[in-house]
Design a protein around this ligand. Structure first.
Ligand code: ATP
Ligand code: MG
Length: 409
């Protein structure tokens, strides 16, 4: 989709979403005329997550905040993962305490972030517990501007229930009370955990317009956690995918990497392709998947091999991840060319611009792809002294593991 079409489409969607928001506001009973928020009661679920799976440091942070008269909960991805029976990558805390109060309670802490100030409480072995003050969605703020839903300000302090509502998906909006061993649910997340489904909090069209990167997050959670997606959320992804062209490019770059690192890259890229998201994000790859005879199955096989490698070994370098994703179309673009580095560079140029791919990564990709035919033929020459050589070998290993699987050896 070109930029002009994307802009017109975005303007139309925003008008539509503004109308929905106005309708929603007309029936909104959570705020009084004075703008004060009425107390909103969460559903409570007694759940004992405390069988050694809750990080002791996170628990210490919560306990100290509670002892000092603040509210504090475990929130977000860690609660979701524990409820789904998985090990969380990290533990986040949300609290009524302001950043300076948190900082004052933990000697081993520092305030980070300019737009929204968070506190990192530091423990041994580089462990960090991110502790954030409750905030509310800027959309419920009178400062929201016209029919433009894109969130630019995200730094208004709020209450626990508002902090739950501003989150992206119901499964990410659950709060865990460590002391009383119960989940506080303002968003219907427990039901969706049970149904294993990804569903936005509120109208998916509005939520994707506010922040189109949520589209890629939805795809990541479905793929990585092996969940289903609510039909309205799926439809909204298809409808709003053009808005991704307006998102901050470094965030898009990082989110594509997260899809690749997820260990479920095949499923994630497949879903991105099926919803048309790939046409906006990586049209070069989408076109290759549509057009090439047999090439598409090679792309899927490489991603499956990448997922297997991540499960069996570890997550490869970003350069390797990008090379594997784009290997087939890059090979096609450079095949038969006398200057394969330049040909791959031409292919990558628009993509580098669209996703803000760092030069360092794009240069490495060009050189690795150009060197692969020689490496495959066992003629690495001077390239084996290059710092890129180990990375090129990993790309080759992923490629060879496809061949081994296919031949059953
Ligand atoms: P992961 O396990 O991949 O880290 P996560 O859910 O913890 O998944 P984070 O990016 O670490 O994802 O974000 C932490 C929490 O912050 C999320 O669970 C969600 O509640 C909230 N969040 C993150 N990004 C957004 C967003 N774009 N819009 C709304 N809420 C968000
Ligand atoms: Mg996280």
């Amino acid at each position: 989709m070109d930029q002009r079409v994307a802009r017109e489409e975005l303007a139309r969607l925003r008008r539509e979403a503004a109308r929905r928001r106005a309708r929603r506001a007309a029936g909104d009973h959570t705020r009084s005329d004075s703008g004060a928020t009425w107390a909103v009661q969460p559903r409570l679920y007694s759940v004992d997550l405390d069988d050694g799976r809750v990080d002791v440091n996170a628990e210490k942070v919560v306990q100290r905040l509670l002892r000092n008269g603040h509210e504090a909960y475990l929130v977000g991805g860690c609660v979701r993962d524990l409820l789904l029976g998985r090990s969380p990558k990290d533990f986040d805390v949300a609290t009524s305490a302001r950043p300076d109060d948190v900082r004052g309670l933990f000697r081993n802490s520092r305030i980070i972030g300019r737009r929204f100030r968070l506190v990192h409480v530091l423990f041994g072995a580089g462990r960090v517990i991110e502790t954030a003050t409750f905030r509310r969605s800027p959309q419920t703020d009178s400062a929201s501007n016209g029919d433009d839903l894109l969130i630019r300000r995200d730094n208004v302090f709020g209450e626990a229930h508002e902090d739950a509502m501003r989150r992206d998906f119901t499964i990410n909006g659950l709060f865990y009370d460590v002391e009383r061993r119960r989940v506080l649910d303002w968003v219907g997340g427990m039901h969706d955990i049970e149904r294993r489904i990804v569903h936005t909090i509120g109208d998916p069209v509005v939520r994707f317009q506010e922040d189109p990167v949520r589209i890629l997050r939805a795809i990541r959670f479905v793929a990585r956690l092996d969940l289903g997606m609510m039909p309205d959320t799926y439809d909204a992804i298809v409808q709003c995918r053009g808005a991704l062209a307006m998102a901050a490019r470094p965030r898009l770059f990082e989110e594509v990497l997260r899809l690749l690192r997820s260990g479920a890259s095949h499923r994630a890229i497949w879903l991105a392709w099926e919803t048309g998201v790939l046409d906006v994000l990586l049209p070069e790859l989408a076109a290759y998947l549509y057009d090439s005879d047999g090439g598409a199955s090679a792309v899927w096989a490489l991603l499956t091999a990448l997922d297997r490698r991540i499960a069996e070994h570890s997550i490869p370098d970003d350069i390797v991840l990008w090379c594997v994703l784009l290997l087939e179309p890059m090979r096609e673009a450079s095949a038969g060319s006398r200057d394969r580095v330049a040909a791959t560079g031409d292919f990558l140029e628009p993509l580098v611009d669209r996703l803000n791919v760092p030069r360092r990564i794009a240069d490495a990709m060009r050189r690795i792809v150009a060197a692969l035919p020689r490496l495959e033929a066992g003629r690495s020459g001077r390239f084996d002294r290059s710092r890129l050589y180990p990375l090129a070998r990993q790309v080759l290993e992923v490629r060879r593991s496809v061949g081994r699987r296919a031949s059953g050896s």
